[in-house]
Structures are given as C-alpha cells and as structure tokens.
Design a protein around this ligand. Structure first.
Ligand code: SF4
Length: 379
C-alpha cells in the first residue's frame, strides 16, 4: 500500500511508503456492549427502533426497562460500577437541557449531542469529572428532533463570526463533546444520518467530530457535500499504546483519515493530550511521520489541527484514580501551574516555559512538514 501521484506521462509513481498505514487486515474496531437497555420514552422515537434493529442484528438482546431511570449499573465497589457501566449502552431520550445548545469555543460555535459516554478506557479521559454518575454510554433516540432543532442556531455563534480564517466553515456544530462517534456508529447509525442531514442543508454549515476509532467504511460515498469535518484524535505511541485502552491504533485511525480525505471530506487532527514525556520530540516526530504518509498524494486536501496539552482538575484526578488506580499518567500538581477555568474551577496545566517549548516545536514542525495544514488553536 503506497501513496501515489501521477508523473508527466500520467503513470502513477509511488511517493512515500505507507506500510504502517495499510488498511487493517482485521476489521475496524467495533464495540460490543454486554448489556443494552431501552427506556419506555425512547420507544416513542423512530430512531430508537432503527437502533434496536441494528443492535439485535448483531445478536445482542435489548432489555426493555419499565421506567425511564437506569438501574443495575452500580456494583459493590467503584471498580465494579465502572466495569458494569462501561459495558452498558442505554437507548434514551436526550435530557431537555441538552436541547438548548451551548457554545463550545474554541472548537465550534455550538455543541450538539447525539450521545453521552464512551466505551473506551483512556486513562486521562476528559469525561471524568465532567459527567456525573456511572459512565454508561447513552445514545439518543430523539435524533430526528435534535437535528430538526438546529436551524435557529444558523448564522449565530462566536467562532465562525469572529475568526476570518474560519468564516468559510459556516455555522459549526461539534458532535463529539461527550462521546466518540465512530465507537458507536455501527450500533446507532446516528452520525451517518447527521452527515446526510448536513449534506442537504443549503446554508453554510459544518458538522464536526473527533474520534479515536477507525470505523469509517459507512461514511465513504455518503452525500456529505464537504460539510462534515472528521478529526482523528492522535498521540505519540507511548501515550496511545499505554493509555488509550479499547481504541483503534493510531496507524488505523490515520488510515481512516486517509480514506475519508480521499472521499472529499475535510479532515483534521486532534493532537491531544500532548505530554512532554522523556524523548517527546522523537515520539511526536514519529507521529508526524505517520501523518505525513497518511495525507501524501491526497488531492485537494483540507486538513486542520487542534493542539491540546494535558490538563486535569482536582475532580477529574480523583475520578481517574478511582477508575485507573495503576495509571502511569503524571498528575503531580507540583509540576504544574494552575489556571482558572470556567466558573472559577482550577485546572492544572504545564508551566509556561514547557508550554512555550512545546508550542514552538509543534508550530515549526507542522509548518515545515505539512504546509497545507491549518492550525485552529493551541491550548
Ligand atoms: Fe474518553 Fe475520548 Fe477516550 Fe472515550 S475516546 S474514553 S471519550 S478520552
């Protein structure tokens, strides 16, 4: 599997060895929940029935709950609760609070949720401390109403209106704030429907999400009209191999990025969480080698990057240490500085000199290796 361009005679000539990015011999990574439940209210929505059909077609029984409250997801210990919840998928109606969209700078104008929760096991997971209760994956049955409710937000929002470099995106909607779309798509079909919905819209809009999975086959050939930007969350191998349990490998994610880019999707990299580990320049240099190979020879490439350094809060640290007591993730407050987050919360971030060193390196390396790439933000 080698990237190719055309020479003057029209012959294809290989340009870069993509052997690490070969389409996986194994199928894309797909989550199989141990337990799937559906609430009575969810059954009123046509999309719930589509989800049930998909789930049952995979031989998984869907348990009809008598009430809308989820039960049976708490174990005797924190670890047991985590294991039970992480292997459960609930088909529910989205909470009314989620239907009033919130701004989600710097990624997008608005956050739109099609699900909440994720089956992967990243030891730094940013959902820890953001979501309350056992980490069950809830997928929303009222998809049609959610998508139908987006129109009033058109032309509103702070990102695309204030940033000249992003104005051409139109109003942007981020659909992965509290979940990982490609981890769930085979069970829900929600994001392919969203891609088609955005593809039909006359107004300038963009649907966006980020993922650590590679299950892109269902998106290739959809009438996306270039209005969905799929970003792949990537990290250097020491982080992705040790700390991102249950996800697709980084080469597989990048092979997914290449497939979508070749199908005309705008694509992106969410490089997160960046960590100044021993030898970080070499490790991230190798990651950039893989990225370069993944986009090599893609015609009309539209590639962005979002660069996010690791941070944690007292609350997320406590939850993560409960979930992953043996973690090697560095959450030593004495090596960080504090930053005030929204609503006065405290975040622990890397000290300024470390941030500057990393930012300079990434900015220079990305510009040198991938001149067509547009960096959306660093944080
Ligand atoms: Fe959390 Fe994202 Fe990892 Fe899922 S893929 S466990 S949401 S960090």
């Amino acid at each position: 599997f080698v990237a190719a361009t055309h020479d003057a005679t029209g012959e294809q000539v290989p340009t870069r060895d993509l052997s690490e990015l070969a389409p996986p011999a194994r199928p894309a990574r797909r989550w199989t929940p141990k337990r799937v439940v559906i609430t009575p209210d969810a059954l009123d929505h046509p999309h719930a029935h589509r989800i049930v059909e998909r789930v049952e077609a995979r031989g998984i029984e869907v348990e009809r709950l008598r009430a809308n409250r989820l039960t049976g997801v708490r174990g005797a210990t924190e670890r047991e609760t985590y294991a039970l919840a992480k292997s459960t998928m609930a088909i529910v109606v989205s909470p009314p609070s989620r239907r009033k969209l919130q701004p989600i700078a710097p990624s997008a104008d608005w956050r739109v949720d099609l699900a909440e929760g994720c089956p992967a096991h990243c030891q730094y997971c940013y959902l820890a401390g953001s979501l309350s209760g056992p980490p069950v994956t809830r997928v929303y049955a009222d998809l049609d109403d959610i998508l139908g409710g987006l129109e009033p937000y058109l032309g509103q929002g702070t990102i695309t209106s204030r940033r000249a470099d992003r104005a051409q995106e139109g109003t942007t909607f981020e659909a992965s704030c509290y979940t990982d779309p490609l981890a769930l798509e085979h069970l829900t079909g929600s994001w392919t429907r969203a891609v088609e919905f955005f593809g039909q819209w006359e107004a300038p809009v963009q649907l966006r999400w980020t993922t650590k999975y590679d299950d892109v086959a269902g998106f290739v050939g959809l009438p996306h009209a270039g209005r969905t930007r799929v970003r792949f969350s990537v990290n250097c191998l020491p982080v992705s191999q040790r700390m991102e349990g249950g996800t697709s490998t980084v080469p597989d994610r990048l092979a997914g990025l290449r497939r979508l880019a070749l199908d005309g999707y705008p694509v992106g990299l969410t490089m997160a969480p960046l960590m100044p580990l021993d030898g970080w320049r070499e490790h991230y240099g190798h990651l950039l080698d893989l990225v370069e190979a993944a986009v090599d020879g893609v015609p009309d490439l539209d590639l962005t990057a979002e660069l996010i350094t690791h941070r944690f809060t007292p609350g997320s640290k406590e939850v993560l240490l409960g979930w992953y007591p043996g973690t090697r993730l560095d959450m030593d407050e004495s090596r960080r500085t504090t930053k005030r987050g929204k609503f006065g919360s405290t975040k622990y971030v890397y000290p300024e000199d470390v941030m500057t060193e990393m930012r300079t390196w990434f900015t220079d390396e990305l510009a040198r290796r991938l001149p067509e790439l547009h960096v959306l933000y660093w944080t």
